[in-house]
Design a protein. Structure first.
Ligand code: 5AD
Ligand code: SF4
Length: 442
């Protein structure tokens, strides 16, 4: 039995990387809650520090080791401080982490974290298995505490696509879809705790295909329609999608389902067919552009975002020009662009790199174009009436900040409003990374 009579122990979690890690951190915090731990935002007072890591690029992985280095004095001062490493670096490097950093007590991979409470009770260990049991079914049930108005919900994990640059198939494992009934009950639980917006998560979220509640199989579009029937839920989003999994019923849902927000993150990575082939993306530029056309036919105002990798092995000036050309043709609301980082264990790892200065210059050029598109997209919102879900108070007195339908952060003077209010707003101003708006009468 766990002794809950003592003062609660404090858990500090630092999350790196993607939204799925944010979700996993929340689930780990809830699981540790059943062990008598409460979250703290102050690392210095923690009884346990958990670093939930990302392995996607070398820089992300290296952050772990510099943060662990910085924990050395704290651990020296308080040897009973527990230090844990979770997430994708834990999966990829396992015991190696403890060899390099002996101050680490436990290492737990993204598919084994339901075993975290038991590991903590045992005083530490390493678990990077891909267990056959479903971790979500084995996590202690969360207390029915109130939640922030916007929440994540993982519906699918892992990847079978094997893009030549990517560690995800190795760190997160094969593609697995959770059954619809479990997703629906988690969504209902979130809504009963105050959630009004749910972002469905998966590394290939639109590839979700799972057991339907009454037997048989559903695709992702059907799942979205079922979630949309939940009373009290106002908004649905999803991320991240693969172009080859944009099924017709999902595109139709963007036309027919008002709760599905007009925003789509659809990574393309490159605008050159040669490079797409070398990346093993299994789609061409023309196919991507045709897909965008069909999505825009279904939902003309949809805001599109994407991911790009520049400097992939073999990329020429012409390939790069083709990427800029694709960006100009689509017009993105915003996009993330990265310099290629060779990752151990991936097919592209041993391929000769292009000149680093050339890659840097291409990244800058692409980012300048993408920033200009972001600015234009934001400015096109000025004068429009949108809905905003307030997520927290703003910095100024009486101000609230929330997200628009298009996922822009919007600052609004609303002294009477509360977090969780969904209001109509007229956009008045565009700043570099946010919008400002005024409240419209309800
Ligand atoms: N190097 C650079 N960027 C990468 N990404 C994935 N793997 C790598 C890598 N090895 C980018 C892709 C992906 C996003 C999450 O990270 O653009 O869509
Ligand atoms: Fe990083 Fe990918 Fe792991 Fe998310 S799934 S934390 S992006 S390596």
């Amino acid at each position: 039995m766990t002794d809950h009579s003592a003062a609660p122990k404090k858990l500090f979690i630092k999350t790196y990387g993607c939204q799925m890690n944010v979700y996993d951190s929340q689930r780990m915090a809830e699981a540790m809650g059943s062990e008598g731990y409460v979250l703290t935002e102050n690392q210095a007072e923690a009884d346990m520090v958990l670093l939930n890591t990302c392995h996607i690029r070398e820089k992300a992985a290296e952050k772990l080791y510099s943060d662990l280095g910085r924990l050395k004095p704290l651990k020296a001062e308080r040897p009973d401080l527990k230090i844990g490493v979770a997430g994708c670096v834990a999966q990829a490097e396992g015991e190696e982490i403890q060899r390099r950093m002996p101050l680490v007590d436990l290492v737990v991979g993204p598919q084994a974290y339901h075993r975290l409470p038991a590991m903590v009770r045992a005083g530490g260990g390493v678990d990077t298995e891909f267990p056959t049991e479903d971790k979500f079914e084995h996590l202690p049930k969360a207390a029915a505490t109130r939640r922030a108005p916007a929440a994540f919900l993982t519906v699918q994990e892992g990847c079978d696509k094997f893009c030549a640059f990517c560690v995800v198939p190795y760190t997160r494992g094969a593609e697995v879809s959770r059954p619809a009934s479990r997703i629906l009950s988690e969504a209902r639980d979130l809504v009963s705790r105050g959630v009004r917006e749910i972002t469905l998560l998966g590394q290939n979220v639109n590839g979700w295909h799972g057991e339907a509640p009454q037997g048989g199989e559903w695709g992702f579009g059907r799942l979205i329609r079922a979630i949309a029937e939940i009373d009290g839920l106002d908004r649905i989003r999803y991320t991240t999608s693969h172009p080859n999994d944009m099924a017709d019923d999902l595109i139709d849902a963007h036309r027919d389902e008002p709760k599905l927000m007009p925003y789509l993150h659809l990574p393309v990575q490159s605008g050159s067919n040669r490079i797409l082939k070398a990346m093993n993306r299994k789609h061409t530029v023309a196919e991507y552009l045709r897909l965008i056309e069909r999505i825009r036919e279904a939902r003309p105002d949809i805001l599109l975002t994407s991911d790009f990798i520049v400097g992939f092995p073999g990329e020429t000036d012409q390939d790069h020009a083709d990427t800029l050309d694709l960006v100009r043709r689509v017009g993105f609301g915003t996009a993330f662009s990265f310099k290629y980082s060779p990752r151990p264990g991936t097919p592209a790892y041993d391929r000769p790199l292009i000149d680093d200065a050339v890659a840097d210059a291409r990244l800058q050029e692409l980012q300048a174009l993408l920033s200009a598109q972001q600015k234009a997209a934001q400015e096109s919102m000025v004068g429009r009436e949108l809905s905003v879900l307030f997520e927290k108070p703003g910095r100024l007195e009486g101000q609230m900040v929330g997200k628009s339908d298009y996922l822009h952060a919007v600052f609004v003077a609303a002294p009477q409003a509360r977090v969780g209010d969904l209001v109509r707003v007229r956009i008045t101003h565009s700043a570099p990374n946010s919008l400002a708006g005024e409240l419209l009468a309800a």
